[in-house]
Write a protein that binds this ligand. Sequence first.
Ligand code: ZN
Ligand code: ZN
Length: 877
Amino acid sequence: MTFGAAASLTNHASNYIIMSTPSLFSPAKSAPTSHKPMNPRTKKRIQLIKTPKNPTFEPLKDRLIRLSNVGQIQEAISILGIMTQQHQLTPDLTVFSILLKSCIRTRNFELGKLVHLKLNQSGIKLDSIVLNSLITLYSKCGDWVTAKTIFDSMGDDRLRDLVSWSAIISCFAHNGMESQALLTFVEMLRHGEHPNQFCFSAVIQACCNGDKAWIGEVIFGFVIKTGYFELDVCVGCALIDLFAKGFRDLVSAKKVFDKMPERNSVTWTLLITRYAQLGHHEDGIELFLSMLLCGFVPDRFTLSSVVSACAELGFVSVGRQLHSWVIKLGLCSDVCVGCSLVDMYAKCATTEPMEDARKLFERMPDHNVMSWTAIITGHVQSGGLDTTAIELYCKMITQGDVLPNHFTYSSLLKACASLSNLQVGKQIHNHAVKSGLGSVNCVGNSLISMYSRSGSMEDAQMAFEVLLEKNLVSYNAILEGYAKTASSGDAFKIFNQFEETGVDSFTFASLLSAAASVGAVGKGEEIHARLVKSGLDSNQRVCNALISMYSRCGDIEAAARVFSKMEQRNVISWTSIIISFAKHGMATRALEKFDQMLNAGMKPNEVTYIAVLSACSHVGMVSEGLKHFNAMYHEHNVSPKMEHYACVVDLLGRSGSLDKALDMIKSMPFKADALVWRTLLGACQVHGNTELGKLAAKMITGQDPDDPAAYILLSNLYASKGQWEEVVKIRKTMKERKLVKEAGCSWVEAENQTHKFYVGDTCHPRSHEIYKELDELVMDIKKLGYVPDTDFVLHDLDEKEKEGYLVQHSEKIAVAFGLISMSKTKPIRVFKNLRVCGDCHTAMKYVSVARGREIVVRDSNRFHHFKNGSCSCNDYW
Ligand SMILES: [Zn+2]
Ligand SMILES: [Zn+2]
C-alpha cells in the first residue's frame, strides 16, 4: 500500500468524521422534552409569543449565529434548547438555516441530522433555502435516498429552484449514481432551468469516470458557449478532473488549468494531486515549484501530495526541504502530512533505514491508524526490519487507543512472511479474525502469501478457500506459493482454474518462475507464446521473468534476445541479464552489460553487485572483482552485505589466495555467517588446504551443528588427500547426529514432462534402455581417453566397484536418457540439485565429443555448457 496523495486525499474526509464523532452529544440528553408530540395549542402559543418581539430572543439568536460561525455547533445547538425550553421561544428559519450550513461546512453530519429533527419538531414550514441545505446534508452523508425524498417533495410544493437541481445532481454524482445525475440534468433542462456554475460543475463531476467522459466533453462545449468557464473556479476544477480522471489526459487538464482566469491554492493542489496520482511525480513537483513562485501558499493536501511524489521518486533532499516548509507552516501536528513524511523517509532511506521516519513518528503529537500503519509498513518495506515492525505493532496494541485496520494487518503478515515466522503469523491471523478483518480481501491475500512463504501450503490453500471474494491478487498469491515450493504442477492447475477470468503480468511472472525452478523450458516457451498472444510480452515485469526463466532453463541466448528487445529496462532487467551471464560463466558479457547499465544512467543495487561479483568469481577475474567490490560503496553508495563478502571470499579463495580470503573474513564489519565459511571451506577443498578447511568447518558447525554440508565438504577434503581415517570419523559423527546428505538427483525435461533420476535409479519405465545406452557410452568415452576419477569414492570398495558407483551418478543417467529420447538438434539440458561432481564433469566433456551433442548442466551453483570436448567454465568451478 502507498500512503500516496491519492490515499491521503480520499482518506482525510472519512478520517475527519472519525475524529469528530467523539464530540457528538446525545440527542436524548439535549432535548428531553422534544420527544413529546407537539401539542397544536402550544404551537399556536409559541407563534403568538414570537410575533411581539421578545427581549431575550434577539440576543440569543445573535449568540447562536456567532457560535455556529466559528464552528462551535454543539454550543450553538444548546442555545436552541435554551430558546425553546426556558423561554418558550421558537427559533426562526434563519437560525436553522445557519446551523445547517455550519454543520455541512464543518462536516458535522450527525449534528446536522439532529438539527433536521428539531426542525421537524418545531413545525415551521420549510422554505427552499433550508430544504436545499438538507439535500446537501444528506448527500454528503451518503444517504441519497433521503436527499431524493426531500427533492421529490419539493416538486409538489413548487419549491424547487436551480440550487435544488444542482444539489441533487451533485448528490447523485458523488454517490456513485452518475447516470442518474446526467438524467436529472436533462430533466432540469426540460423544466426550462438554465444551468449555472454549480450545476455545471456537478454534472461534469458525474462524467469523470471513464465511460461517461465523452458526455463530459459535450457538456464542456455547452460550458464554453454559456461563458461559465471564464466565470468560475469550480467549473475549471471539475473540468481538470474530467480530463485527468475521465480521459487520463494530463495535457488537456493542464490546458484547462492554464486557461482558467483565476486560480487559487485549491486549483493548484488539485492539479498537483492528479499529476501524482497518474504517476507523473516529477511534473507534480515542478508544478508545486511554480505554485510557490506564483505566491500561493500550500496547504496540508498540497504538501502531502508533493511529499508522496518525492517518496516515489526517492528525492529525499527535496523531501527534507518540504519537511522544513511543513514546520514553517505549523503543519507538523497534522496527521495527514505526518503520514506522508513518515512514508517518504521510510521509502527513501538508504544508509540508516527508517531512522528519520522513526524520529518524525516519535515527534508526532497524535497518532492515528494511518500514522501507525505508515511506520509499520515503512519498516516492512525497507527490508530486514520486519522484527521491528512487529515490535511496533505490539506497542500500538498495548497503548490501546488506536485499532489496527486491514492495511496494518496486511503489512504485518508480510513481515511474518519475510521472517518465515509461522507462529507470529498465526497470532496476527487470530487478531485479524477477532477484529472482523480476517476475510477482507487484502488481509486474506497477505495470509495466503504468509502461509505459503512460511512453507505451509496447506494453511495457504485453506486461507485461499475461505476468502469470500477472490481476485487476481489472491490467485496470484496462491499460484506464487505453488510455484515457489516447486509444485509447478499445482501452479499450472491453479492457472487453468482462473485463466478464463483474466490474468495479469504477476500471474505470468509466477508461472514463469514455476517453470524456471524445475527447468521446464517447454512450459516456459508455451507461456511465452501465450504472452505474445495476450500482448503482455512487452510488459517490463513479464520480460524480466522471461529473462530469468530462459537463463535458468539453460537457454542464455533466448534470455539475451528478450533483454535486447525490451523497450524500457529497470534495475531488475539489467540485474537479471547480468546474473544470467554470470551463472553461465560469461563474465565478459556480464561486465559489458554492467558498463552499459551504468552508461544508461541506471543505479545498481545490492543484487546487481552480487551478480557482478559472482560473474568475476565464476571465472577467476580477481582484480576486476576487487575493483567492483571497492567501487560499490564509494561510487554507488551500496553498502556491502554478507552475500557480497561471501562473493569476494569465493573470488579470492577459488583463485588460490586462501590467506587473503581469510583476511577478508577477519576484516568484515560483522560476524561472518555459515555461508561465508562454507564458501571458504569449498575453496579449501579445491586447493587441498586441510588446515584452513578444518578451521572453516569448525566455524560452520559452531554456528549450525546440524549442517550436513560442512561435514560433507570436510569429508571430501580429507578424501581427496587420502586421509581415510578422518573421513570415517566424520561419517561416524554424521551418523550420531542423524545428519543425512541431501540425496543427489538430476532431471531432464522431454516433451513437456520432467524425468527425475536418483543415484542408481531403476524406476524409470525405460530404465533398461537407459542403462544399455549408459554402458555403451562409458565404453565409447573410455576409448577417447576418459579415466574414471575414483578419488572421491569410499576406499573400502575395489576399483571395479568404485567405477560402477561412479557410472550410476544421477547426472550420467539423466544424460543417457536425454541421448535416447531427445531430438538430436537440441542441446540436452540436465538440472541437478547439488553441485556436479568432478568425475561427471570430465565424463560430460567426453560425451559431447563421442555423441556430437551439446550438453548443458545446471547445478546448484552455476551452468556448465559442454561442447566439443570442453566446458564453458574452463574447469574453473
Ligand atoms: Zn558425478
Ligand atoms: Zn564446467
